[in-house]
Design a binder for this molecule. Structure first.
Ligand code: CA
Length: 484
């Protein structure tokens, strides 16, 4: 009991918060606690202190570290990125354990509990690996990781939807996963395109030309399931015909636990590409705004009844914004790519105030291995990792007057917003280490060097700050535009 108390107390003190109400402090520390409950350590110590484990994948005993009980479809988004900041040593061990698990079971884990289940969709181990590398973790062999991922991308797995790719040939030949041939097809297409970007990033960062070329070909595939005539991602058949009938309010079908209003934003690596598809910033912003203007209406016919994710959206009553499930959780931050960062600030504060409380019903959906909590912890800092695999954290709005992050390397990140308050959710200006900061993001390096970030808050939006393209965060399309 004493050891447990000490461990948690040390951990919770890694982030020190000041200037919130009792309720806000309780919510924050509950979220910090939950964001750190998973993954589970799955190893023991020998008499000499060295780690060893029983593999849940092949039943043999190995030397080294192993971790399990995590579904990456949820947690690649911000729970693992938070771990990269708070626990880089553990993350380094974990990334090696992923590759060891791949050797033991033949596939990269996607939903281990404790052995592999293949639950949900995507091949998001590569997001974890690329993000770890982008954040300076060098404990694993990147070529081994890329080979394991290539095997994932070009084979059908034995379990659920997230081991290998059931329709990998179609994805390569057509450029998308077809519907109704595959359920969840357009969600898969978007997530594979992002995962391929992560493969590309890891290859690029480690000078691996071969895999850089292999994965670069697929990163725009999300465009193949966007129907410009209606402005949504949509299902598309093997014959190239759009799904009929189509209702963007319908949950499931070519999506998974969400509808087109939720999934259309799943272009983490290329928001600019999505903005272009929507006819530019105005069209994009209008679609973003519409998520909230729309009432919480839905079509549950695919599921034959109201699944809990639908009910949560309805009860939370924030239009069609379904924060209780993962696909849309990064979406608010996308106003930073389209010249209206104050709208991100407005809605993030709404979500923090209304959808999280310290009461027993204080979460608006499943906790999902700490993902929904990690969203809150990041958002309270004032930024969020929209695209794991890059080193950028995209601005939101700080929640407290002051926050101190004590890093494993001994450095401290101080986030101050002295005039912050319930009536002051908008950033009027900010400084990074005393210098005016106009960009809509900070980098991992900024944080790891120890940083002093100061926000000046206001009750009215500053509609000038962060509106120039040079202030926008990373989009893959821009990387290629720059090259031209
Ligand atoms: Ca979920």
């Amino acid at each position: 009991k004493i050891r447990g108390h000490k461990t948690w107390n040390e951990l919770l003190n890694r982030i020190q918060v000041e200037g919130g109400t009792d309720e806000q402090m309780k919510t924050f520390y509950s979220c910090l606690f939950r964001a750190n409950l998973f993954s589970r350590k799955f190893y023991e110590r020998k008499a000499n202190g060295e780690p060893y484990y029983y593999s849940p994948y092949d039943g043999k005993v190995y030397d080294g570290y192993m971790y399990t009980d995590n579904g990456f479809w949820d947690t690649f988004r911000s729970q693992f990125p938070l771990t990269n900041i708070l626990h880089p040593t553990m993350q380094g061990r974990y990334m090696n354990a992923l590759l060891a698990a791949q050797e033991q079971c033949g596939w990269l884990p996607s939903w281990s509990a404790p052995g592999e289940t293949g639950g949900m969709l995507g091949n998001h181990s590569i997001s974890l690996l690329a993000d770890a590398w982008a954040k300076g973790i060098r404990t694993f062999d990147p070529e081994k990781a890329l080979k394991a991922y290539a095997h994932e991308a070009m084979n059908k797995g034995p379990w659920g939807g997230a081991n290998g790719r059931g329709f990998w040939k179609e994805y390569f030949e057509l450029g998308y996963v077809p519907y109704p041939e595959s359920m969840g097809s357009s969600a898969q297409t978007m997530e594979y395109a992002y995962d391929d970007f992560c493969g590309y990033q890891l290859a690029k960062m480690t000078g691996n030309k071969h895999y850089q070329e292999v994965f670069a070909r697929q990163m725009y595939n999300y465009k193949n399931v966007f129907d410009p005539s209606i402005g949504f991602m949509r299902g598309k058949g093997v014959d190239g015909k759009w799904q009929e009938p189509f209702d963007p309010l319908e949950w499931g079908g070519p999506f998974c636990e969400g509808n087109a209003w939720h999934y259309t934003w799943s272009v983490f690596h290329d928001p600019q590409g999505l903005i272009d598809l929507m006819g530019g910033k105005d069209g994009f912003n209008q679609m973003m705004d519409s998520v909230f203007i729309l009432p919480p209406v839905f079509d549950d016919s695919y599921y034959g009844g109201v699944i809990h994710e639908i009910r949560e959206m309805q009860i939370m009553n924030m239009g069609n914004y379904a924060h209780g499930n993962q696909p849309i959780q990064h979406m608010l931050y996308m106003y930073n790519y389209s010249g209206q960062p104050w709208k991100a600030q407005h809605w993030i504060r709404e979500v923090m105030d209304k959808l999280y409380t310290p009461a027993p019903d204080g979460y608006c959906g499943d906790e999902d291995n700490g993902q929904t909590s990690a969203w809150y912890v990041f958002s309270a800092m004032g930024f969020y990792p929209v695209c794991p695999g890059t080193d950028e954290y995209i601005l939101g709005t700080p929640y407290f007057k002051q926050m101190k992050l004590h890093l494993e390397n001994g450095k401290t990140v101080t986030i101050s917003a002295p005039n912050n308050g319930d009536d002051k959710r908008y950033i009027s200006s900010m400084t990074l280490n005393g210098k005016d900061h106009t960009k809509n993001y900070v980098t991992h390096e900024d944080l790891m060097n120890g940083a002093s970030i100061t926000f000046k808050m206001d009750s009215k939006p500053n509609e000038q700050r962060g509106t120039k393209e040079t202030d926008f965060p990373y989009s893959f399309s821009n990387e290629f535009k720059k090259k031209k």
